[in-house]
Design a protein around this ligand. Structure first.
Ligand code: FMN
Length: 396
């Protein structure tokens, strides 16, 4: 299967921002803004990226690095590069069978794909679409029995880790979604949809593909006992009734039995709690600035988190990864690997699997070039000595 498509090849698409623009051209505004937007003032969304800009690199020049070793190990799985695709919900709005398309591209590159609970493709089909490792991200929407059933299905389908997202007590206030009429368009009532429907009809290629894919998806992995898959329109209320607490981690771990990753760590204190509940890994994450606005950017709190847990748990980071040099900076400050969300979601929205493959390739080639220019032969050698961080981050 050919994953590349001319629409995302060079010279048209050289970086993630080019993929973002391509996604904007293909998708209706309501779908593009769902990917691109953040909560409230979008301060944290911007701060995540600005934090990478604030950290500068310290290269060692006149060093020959003909080969660069990008390999790393996460939860005992060896990976060809320190990049994991983050859980991104509702990918079937972006591209037909979106989660399968993204998993296929990740698998072809040998990297981990994380499937969101809020996905339109059955987890078994997503597992089968990827040749590589897959993780399942758990929300407790639909209640405990529903989560237990999904856990059982994920285990049978050979998902190798469970990612529990803990920063979603309620859905963040995403103002772009409200202005674009996301709720009205998803509600299916013609009268309410009418003022917003122009966004869809002006993207006929997207609309035809969306309708051919079955139109508005259901959440195939949230199967409510006696009712079937959860309807799209019910998700916001369901999220609010399904807060994950530290106590839940006990039964989740018992039910899953395999490695648990806690996603949504903002402080050293919560990082230590993740260790205490027996998690195998954590992700320093603010949901890409989509939940609580005005929290500190993830790169800035990474050193605090890494110092507070030491080697007791594997530390990852997400939020703002747009360049291979961003991955380098996160590794220098203590992450074992990073997760990327929007970087590949833009690719998916632009060109399906081919766009996701292009996003991964952009980040991989960036990473190699950055390491060579830094005079560093391997991601394992990256440490604080390769970066300068802003003075006011020190001591926090
Ligand atoms: C469109 C979109 C949907 C998302 N859906 C989920 C989700 O269902 N579950 C989850 O844990 N995180 C979700 N996230 C957050 C990502 O997993 C990740 O934390 C975030 O995208 C990282 O920031 P970045 O987009 O700057 O890479 C979503 C992010 C985006 C952009």
């Amino acid at each position: 299967m050919r994953l590349m498509s001319r629409s995302v090849e060079p010279p048209r698409v050289l970086n993630i921002e080019d993929l973002r623009r391509a996604a904007k051209r293909r998708l209706p505004r309501v779908v593009f803004d769902y990917i691109d937007g953040g909560a409230e003032d979008e301060w944290t969304l911007r701060a995540n990226c600005r934090a990478f800009e604030a950290v500068t690199l310290r290269p060692r020049c006149a060093v020959a690095t003909p080969m660069c070793d990008l390999r790393t190990t996460v939860l005992g799985t060896s990976l060809p590069m320190p990049l994991i695709l983050a859980p991104v919900g509702s990918c079937r709005l972006m591209y037909p069978r979106g989660e399968e398309a993204a998993a296929r591209a990740a698998g072809a590159a040998g990297i981990i794909y994380t499937l969101s609970t809020l996905s339109g493709c059955r987890l078994e089909d997503v597992g089968a679409a990827s040749k590589g490792p897959v993780w399942y991200q758990l929300y407790l929407v639909g209640g405990r029995d529903c989560a237990l059933a999904a856990i059982e299905r994920a285990r049978n389908a050979e998902f190798s880790a469970l990612v529990v997202t803990i920063d979603t007590a309620v859905a963040g206030m995403r103002e772009r979604d409200i202005r674009n009429g996301a709720k009205e368009l998803l509600g299916g009532k013609l009268g309410a949809m009418l003022p917003f429907v122009n966004q869809l009809v002006t993207k006929p290629r997207w609309l035809a593909a969306f309708l051919a894919d079955g139109g508005l998806m259901k959440f195939e992995n949230v199967v409510i006992p006696g009712k079937g898959p959860m309807l799209y329109a019910d998700v916001t209320a369901a999220l609010e009734q399904s807060v994950v607490t530290w106590d839940d981690l006990t039964w989740i771990r018992e039910a899953w039995k395999g490695p648990v990753v806690i996603k949504g760590i903002h402080t050293g204190e919560d990082a230590r709690r993740a260790v205490d509940v027996g998690a195998s890994a954590l992700v320093v994450s603010n949901h890409g600035g989509r939940q609580l606005d005005r929290v500190a950017p993830t790169l800035q709190i990474l050193p605090e988190v890494a110092a507070s847990v030491g080697d007791r748990i594997e530390v990852m980071l997400d939020g703002g990864i747009r360049r291979g040099s961003d991955i380098v900076k996160a590794l220098c400050l203590g992450a074992r690997a990073v997760m990327a969300g929007r970087a590949y979601a833009y690719g998916l929205g632009a060109a399906g699997s081919a766009g996701v493959a292009r996003a991964i390739e952009i980040l991989r080639t960036d990473l190699v070039r950055t390491l060579k220019l830094l005079g560093c032969a391997s991601v394992a050698e990256l440490d604080h000595s390769f970066v300068d961080i802003p003075q006011d981050w020190i001591g926090k």
